[in-house]
Design a protein around this ligand. Sequence first.
Ligand code: CP
Ligand code: NVA
Length: 307
Amino acid sequence: MTAPHRDFLNIRDFSRDELPLLFSLAERMRSGEYTARPLTGKALAMIFMKASTRTRVSFEVGAAQLGGTAHFLSPRDVQLGRGEPVPDTARVLARYVQGIMIRTFAHADIELLAATGDVPVINGLTDLSHPCQVLADVLTVRQHLGGYENAPVAWIGDGNNMANSWIEAAALLGFPLRLACPEGYEPDAGFLAYAMDAGADVQVVRDPREAVVGARVITTDVWASMGQEVEQAARVVAFADYQVNADLMSRAARDAIFLHCLPAHRGEEVSAEVIDGPQSRVWDEAENRLHIQKAIMAVLMGGEALR
Ligand code: CP
Ligand code: NVA
C-alpha cells in the first residue's frame, strides 16, 4: 500500500502560501538557528543519469546535516543503466529508502517514478525543469534584495529547464519576468500557458536589451544543456547576441544582481567581468542549494511542518 507522501517534481508542488514558509525554513537552516535532525534513521537515494557537482554534494551533505544518509547511484553502477525499468527501480528503492532524488533526461520518467514509488520523489533536474535550483535562486534574491516582490527578473538566452522553472516561480510568487530568447529557443509552451492562466507578468521577447530594462535580477545559463552537446556549434551562432556582459548589465537597474546556476562558460553566455564582478551572487546562489534542499527534505521526508 502506498503511504501518503508528497513529491517535488515542479515548483507548483508547493502552494503560493507554502513557498514563503519554505524560504523562511531554509533561512533558519542557513543561519544555524535550525538544529533539528528530522532525517535521523532515514535515507535518500540519488539517481544521476547526468553529471552533477552541486546537486550531488548539496543533497549528500544536506541529508547528513539533517541526520540522514544519501546514496549516490549512477547508470554506470546501477541496473537502470542496463535497462531495468524505472518503475521496478522505484518499487525496490522504496523498500530501502525514505526519499528518491533523480536527475534525468525525460520529465516523463520522473513522473513515472513518482507514480510508482511509495516514497517522495525530488526533481534534481530534467530536460523540462530544475525546480531546486530556481528555488535556491529566489532564496538568493531574498537574501540580497530583501524580497522578490519588487525584483523584476530578466532571463537571457535558452528557453530551457531553468527558464521553465523561472516562469513557474514568477507565476507563483508574483514577480515580473522577461525572457529574451532567440527564435526557435523559446521556453516550454505548457509552462508559458500555466503562467498566462495564473495572470503572471511573464513575457518572451527577442532583444536582451529590452528584457533587462528595470530588471534587478539578470540571469542566464549555458547555451547547450546536458544532452545537447552535439548542437553546440549551431547554438554558438544562434546565441551570439545573448551574452550577459558589462554593457547589458549597465542597462539594468543600478542595484541589479547577476545569477547563474553553474557550471558557466565564461566568454559564451556570460563575460568573465560579470560573473567574477561585484554584481555577481553566484557563490551564494550555489550555497543556497544546500539550504533550500534541506528545507525540502525536512518537509517531504522528515515530517517538518511549514508554519
Ligand atoms: N546547478 C546545478 O545543478 O549544478 P550541477 O549540475 O553541478 O548539479
Ligand atoms: N540547463 C543546464 C543546467 C545545468 C545545471 C542543463 O540542463 O545542463
